[in-house]
Design a protein around this ligand. Structure first.
Ligand code: UD1
Length: 450
């Protein structure tokens, strides 16, 4: 094993073994799939549990490597973690202490930035690494730092670490205007301000469903947070948070990924355990392509069209079309008739995966934040890389639609955010195997030529 969480990479008799997905394509998805708890809510709620003076029972935690790593970090800080079942966990952080956390783990995940807010709230001091995670170009944390500084912390970034100290031991409420609509900064400030003295107002806040979920979690533990889900969030700091139980919302992006997979393969899939309102931005776009989307109380039925129509997509903060759905949608549009234009409205560099789709026969031009896709091409199996979490999911969708065999490398990215992706897709009729390849082996040998 190369490091605890190298994920899907291990060593056998001095040979590095890499696990890859081998996908036999031209499959159609049919059946039902249960959607797991929201990754982006869980990765904030787990660090926030550090501030609770009692036992938190959290249900619907997705089993993915990002949540595993955060739970390990909390354990290292002295929290007790008890599994009630595979998705329900009790966290008791009453005996947690301020000490060096496992920085090698922090460096691997974006959401480790929530430990800045949680440790400041709990201990008055925080030391974390600069966050890791997917590389979509420069991903600064200046708005997080602006928020913590406004709350009365001295924040210093040096040698790849973030050092933060509350000037007088405890944070103080403040009015903070975010220069960018940032999910992470909004949630981090909410966490830190929950135990600050006095009132905090965040203006130009992000409005994603997981922000509301974090606020609901903290409120159920005794916090006083109002307005989450709007662009102005008001937090009246409290002295203490108490234990309680909370169930995390279903994952909007996991659900969206299965919706696109059903549409792209021309299948029919019922997604269970979803909040259809959170999926509206995705459902509306899919309907434009000719896909049928039927919403029920807590499920959504997706029926693929015999011919997909072209659409234009622009990603925006919620309630706009989510940037995390851009790569799966990009794959679908390679199959749609006509020319589609995708404009990436959140990140500078989120089209790397288009190079991988080109290997499969896609016709795409990328210019900065705009991709022009000449659709209606037949995709053919190839050796491709999961460039990041959602780009990896896009490659898997492409592989299921392609003629022949596709091999997806760097699958540890995918397993950061999708619970049992292969198991769930195979249960719907996909043909995906996780196969060991010795490093430097010529994986392409097993790709059939079509
Ligand atoms: C979170 C999600 C990620 C999703 C993104 C947008 C987690 C762990 N990750 O990422 O899956 O793609 O929201 O929905 O929840 N920015 C700054 N300064 C900052 C913070 C952000 O300039 O201090 C910029 C970013 O570079 C980006 C934009 O603001 O261009 C939005 O980023 P943000 O919403 O903060 O994304 P993350 O919290 O990193």
């Amino acid at each position: 094993m190369v490091g605890l969480y190298a994920g899907r990479i291990r060593q056998y008799r001095k040979v590095l073994i890499l696990e890859k997905y081998v996908i036999n394509g031209a499959t159609t998805l049919h059946g039902e799939v249960e959607i797991s708890g929201a990754k982006n809510a869980a990765v904030a709620i787990i660090p926030a549990a550090l501030m609770v003076d009692g036992v938190c029972c959290i249900e619907n935690i997705p089993q993915i490597s990002d949540t595993d790593m955060l739970l390990t970090i909390l354990k290292e800080l002295g929290a007790k973690i008890r599994y009630i079942n595979k998705s329900t966990i009790e966290i008791d952080a009453r005996n947690a202490t301020y000490k060096d956390a496992p920085y090698d783990l922090m460096r691997k995940i974006r959401a480790s930035y929530y430990l800045i807010g949680a440790m400041l709230g709990r201990f008055g001091s925080a030391k974390t690494t600069m966050p890791g995670g997917c590389n979509f170009g420069v991903r600064p944390i200046d708005q997080h730092i602006k928020g913590m500084t406004a709350l009365g912390a001295d924040v210093d970034v040096k040698n790849g670490f973030v050092y933060a100290d509350a000037r007088d031991g405890r944070l103080h409420g403040a009015r903070i205007y975010l220069d960018k609509v940032s999910v992470g900064a909004t949630m981090n400030i909410i966490i830190a301000a929950a135990l600050a003295q006095g009132r905090t107002i965040i203006e130009n806040a992000a409005r994603e469903p997981h922000i509301v979920d974090l606020a609901n979690f903290l409120n159920s533990m005794g916090a006083d947070i109002r307005g989450a889900g709007t662009d102005t969030v008001k937090i009246n700091g409290v002295d203490k948070l108490h234990g309680g139980s909370y169930a995390i919302i279903p994952d909007q992006i996991e659900a969206g990924t299965y919706m696109v997979a059903a549409a792209a393969t021309g299948g029919e899939v019922l997604l269970k355990n979803v909040i259809p309102r959170h999926l509206e931005c995705i459902s509306a776009k899919l309907r434009e392509t000719g896909t049928i989307v039927q919403e029920n109380e807590d499920s959504v039925l997706v029926k693929g069209a015999s011919t997909l129509r072209r659409v234009n997509v622009k990603t925006l903060p919620y309630p706009g079309f989510p940037t995390d759905m851009q790569p799966p949608m990009g794959t679908l549009l390679c199959l749609a008739n006509g020319t589609s234009v995708i404009t990436e409205g959140v990140y500078d560099n989120r089209f790397k995966y288009m190079n991988e789709l080109r290997k499969m026969g896609a016709e795409v031009q990328v210019d900065g934040r705009v991709a022009v896709i000449e659709g209606g091409r037949r995709l053919t199996g190839a050796l491709v890389q999961a460039c990041d979490l959602r780009a990896g999911a896009a490659m898997v969708i492409a592989g299921m639609c392609a003629v022949g065999t596709t091999i997806v490398e760097d699958i540890h990215y995918i397993e950061r955010g999708y619970e049992d992706f292969v198991g769930k897709l195979n249960a719907l009729g996909a043909d995906i195997k996780i196969v060991d390849f010795p490093d430097n082996d010529d994986s392409e040998k097993i790709i059939s030529v079509v």
